[in-house]
Design a protein around this ligand. Structure first.
Ligand code: PLP
Length: 501
């Protein structure tokens, strides 16, 4: 067993419970002739557990309870938008007519699904002020990749293929520079100024200097990953446009804007949405996502396909006919079939249930909750950018005079108080960063309980720092080798099963 698991198993492995002859299934009498399988296809040396139904149920329910989840409490993991996912979304996603629709079903037999995708494309375009939307990218990072490929192709088609530099602020999410590099372009990093905005002098220098003809565009997150709205955003957009570049907005933080600000109207050319963040969907553990992209008129022909369009207008009693269309100069497909349709369904249900004023309220409460936490926590922690934030904010996980306590220790101690830790050490430009995003779905009592835990931890840091350094004390496991756990993922707890090779 891998070394990052505790010496003592938390509960017996399923292989170690049960007894010979116990069974959790009750199969009907065999009503077909029995046959003997060839010996090379069978084996009897598999140490399979023999357990009854009750044991199996209890075993897996207990295991599931070892995991913290949004259904248990506050999950303030900044940048990830871990909000409560309405259960009605799950009902919608499980409707058999949708869930059992085969992706190769003929379009005429999938009109309901196509209608839903068409509606969602339209709503997302409306929310962000874009001309057209493609739902095909499977994650935020893939939406970014699609967006940068579109920008690249746009320049190539205009005979400006030499434009190969994308400006990226140094607070950016790691996927931004990775995307630029994967698209064969070059990253030019821009510093932040003292208020946390993009340093305008550096931006002007980049856009008006020798590299002007190589500027392909800029990728920027609004509000930034510091949780701050770029107060100079209009000047940023104008400066990059004047240099001939296009503007990419990382829209992962749309829950601080929707219903209030439309990026398309600010002047952005392309943006991705994280449907699994802003528009809800369970997305811990790397589950499926959706990184839909929206574009303005300039980039519309380049959208990844297929997108859904009305291919035959409504005619009397005949409803309109929807079909999949590949945009004229499409950069191609990002994913097999039509994207993660289950996510489209959930986002559709979410937007439809909230409606336009509800969507605006989501933003207002997300921003209000974050500012409430920020204002209260500023009394016990240092907040490097003490101004109104969007839906999240950064504080420094460092207690004055207690140098041995780090952000990580504060996070680990939070677990003892029953909270999921915030995001640690991101954005990189803030030392000991704790990025806190409460989301709109928390009520004041829960926010207050979080503040109280954070205040007590600050006090403990001064009076009994070892309590923090050894935390968590109540979690099933203590400190893990997180790098190894991520790089050498062990998904099977079976005791050395014989290999099948
Ligand atoms: C989450 C996030 C991304 C990446 O989205 P994925 O769906 O995880 O690929 C990009 N940028 C920001 C700011 C994010 O928060």
């Amino acid at each position: 067993m891998a070394g990052y698991l505790p010496e003592q198993a938390l509960q017996p492995l399923i292989y170690d419970i049960g007894a010979p002859g116990r069974s959790g299934v009750n199969l009907p009498e065999c009503d077909v002739p029995r046959a003997t399988l060839p010996a090379e296809l069978t084996r009897d040396d598999l140490p399979l557990p023999e357990v009854g139904e009750v044991q199996v149920v209890r075993h897996f329910v207990k295991l599931s309870q070892l995991n913290y989840s949004i259904d248990q409490g506050l999950y303030p993991l900044g940048s990830c938008t871990m909000k409560y996912n309405p259960k009605i979304n799950e009902d919608a996603a499980r409707l058999p007519g949708f869930a059992q629709l085969h992706p190769l079903t003929d379009e005429s037999g999938a009109q309901g699904a196509l209608f839903l995708m068409h509606e969602l494309q339209g709503w997302l375009g409306e929310i962000s002020g874009f001309e057209a939307v493609s739902l095909s990218p499977a994650a935020g990072a893939q939406g970014e990749f699609a967006g940068i490929l579109m920008i690249r192709q746009y320049h190539i088609d205009r005979g400006e293929g030499q434009r190969d530099i994308i400006l990226v602020p140094n607070s950016a999410h790691g996927t931004n520079p990775a995307t630029v590099t994967m698209a064969g372009m070059e990253v030019r990093e821009l510093p932040a100024d003292a208020q946390g905005n993009v340093d305008m002098r550096a931006l002007h220098a980049a856009c008006e200097g020798d590299l002007r003809d190589r500027i392909a565009g800029m990728m920027i997150t609004v509000p930034s990953t510091l949780g701050l709205f770029e107060s100079t955003i209009l000047e940023v957009i104008e400066t990059v446009h004047d240099a001939g570049g296009l503007m990419y907005m990382d829209g992962a933080n749309m829950n601080a804007l929707m219903g209030v600000v439309k990026p398309g109207e600010l002047g952005f050319d392309v943006m991705h949405y994280n449907l699994h963040k802003t528009f809800s969907t369970p997305h811990g553990g790397g589950g499926p996502g959706s990184g839909a992209v929206g574009v303005n008129e300039k980039l519309k022909p380049y959208l990844p396909g297929p997108i859904v369009e009305v291919v035959a207008e409504e005619d009397g009693d005949t409803p309109p006919l929807y079909g999949f269309v590949m945009p004229e100069k499409s950069i191609g497909r990002m994913k097999a079939f039509h994207g993660n349709f289950g996510m489209h369904l959930r986002a559709y249900a979410y937007i439809r249930v909230y409606g336009d004023s509800g969507i605006r309220d989501v933003t207002r409460y997300a921003v209000l909750n974050a500012n409430y936490l920020r204002a209260r926590l500023m009394r016990s922690y240092r907040v490097p950018y003490p101004r109104y934030c969007g839906h999240e904010f950064v504080l420094e996980g460092h207690i004055e005079g207690v140098d041995e306590v780090h952000a990580l220790d504060i996070s680990k101690r939070l677990m003892d108080y029953g909270f999921h830790p915030p995001t640690n050490y991101f954005p990189l430009i803030v030392p000991e960063a704790l990025l806190i995003e409460p989301t709109e779905t928390e009520v004041k009592e829960d926010l207050d309980a979080f503040v109280e835990a954070m205040e007590r931890i600050a006090e403990e840091a001064r009076t009994e720092p070892e309590t923090l350094l050894n935390a968590p004390h109540t979690a099933p496991v203590r400190r893990l080798d997180e790098v190894r756990a991520a790089k050498e993922l062990v998904l099977c707890c079976a005791p050395a099963l014989p290999s099948y090779s």
